[in-house]
Design a protein around this ligand. Sequence first.
Ligand code: SF4
Ligand code: SF4
Length: 112
Amino acid sequence: MPGTQAASTRKERIATRTRNPKWQNPPLRIEMSECINCDTCIRHCPPQFGAIFNHGIDVIILPELCSGCNKCIEPCPVDCIYPDPDWSPSPEDWWQEPLGPDDRYVAATARD
Ligand code: SF4
Ligand code: SF4
């Protein structure tokens, strides 16, 4: 049935800018005023989610791609990653990062 599989893969989530409705946990957000831009969290986000990016001088989590698996929380040296149950959609300019030239998660996953 068309639509029932939407957002079940990362590629589909990027195309539709939609979170997987099956995800129970809220997405996380990075408090930019506390983040020291060490990039550690980027390496700990599982490639099938691939939600964390460098964006200019900031490190960002796209909530539509974040499953709330919490694997990025413990490695953060300054504890500046927080649950964001009242999350807002990613700003338009954030979407240039997934599948862009610096999308390091693509190489780590199989097709789709
Ligand atoms: S909670 Fe999981 S999916 Fe979300 S940004 Fe952290 S590691 Fe990635
Ligand atoms: S691990 Fe923490 S301090 Fe480092 S880039 Fe990620 S959010 Fe910022």
